[in-house]
Design a protein around this ligand. Sequence first.
Ligand SMILES: Cc1ncc(C[n+]2csc(CCOP(=O)(O)OP(=O)(O)O)c2C)c(N)n1
Ligand SMILES: [Mg+2]
Length: 316
Amino acid sequence: MVDNSQANGGPAARDLSDGADQPARPATLERGRPVTDAELLRRADWIRLQTVGLIARAGLGHYSSTFSCAEIVATLYYHALRLRPGEPHWPDRDRFLLGKGHVATGLWPVLADLGYYPADWLGQFGKVGSPLNDHPNMKLAPGIDFSSGSLGHNLSVGTGMALGARLSGRDYRTFVLTGDGELQEGQVWEAAMAAGHYKLGNLVAIVDANGFSGSGPTSAAMNIEPLADRFAAFGWLTREVDGHDVAALRRAFGALPGTGSQQPVCLIARTRKGHGVDMMEKQPQAWHLGLLSPEQQADVVAEITARMELAAGSAQ
Ligand SMILES: Cc1ncc(C[n+]2csc(CCOP(=O)(O)OP(=O)(O)O)c2C)c(N)n1
Ligand SMILES: [Mg+2]
């Protein structure tokens, strides 16, 4: 487990999994693993703390974009996805593509925690030659199903993977997490059309609909709403969900139709960019890219840690 105390210059990140009493995880992590909502919320905050530490190491990163999807990533990796961390290329694993690749800091600690690579790799984050960088590289980091960073491509890659599952008779699901600004880029709508055409019910797009892209409100740059109607027009089954409500996310993943169904699924997760840190939520754009000062970082770590401790206390 990474120790952020050096990088943060503040309290150590709360460690959720190094206790000697932690049971060993099974080789295959099945879909729908039992987990409490409190655990998922704590995990999302742990992702936020880890992100703060990693960005401090690298000297730059995307806090508010990562915080926006922390509950989504936590619910996927600690509940919904079928995975085999010891065998990253296991053909029957569920695929996860991080379309909004600029939030890789939210994924690296999770993949380390699940055993894809040693936790001490996190110490090299952002350094020349490190497999873990600001954006995911499938050739360097175990557990990355496709590289991203250039927005707008992962939905078409995911469509290809879902089609591949159909052709090879496998029942894995392919999940693609896209930003809402990302929907203005690349081949997203060609992919949406193709997935509908090929009736890929084994494909799930999750839109992190936080209302902001890189330079202001998303729809001010180019309107993307009404999102549900647009995806539905291409033949997708659409659902809107509060992307910070882990119970709602669990229900949405639990209610996914079988992989043999005929409609790709789009979960439109309504989120707040910077969620979980008050000053970032108030000014999401200011924190799209940046670096906290040491004083700000101490405040942010204290805010998140206090919430985690409060939740731990009320659970007892
Ligand atoms: C093809 C491409 N164009 C531009 C960028 C620069 N860029 C990085 S993040 C970002 C905004 C993304 O907004 P959104 O998808 O809504 O993600 P959020 O940060 O809100 O989670 C942009 C334009 C990029 N990475 N790739
Ligand atoms: Mg956005």
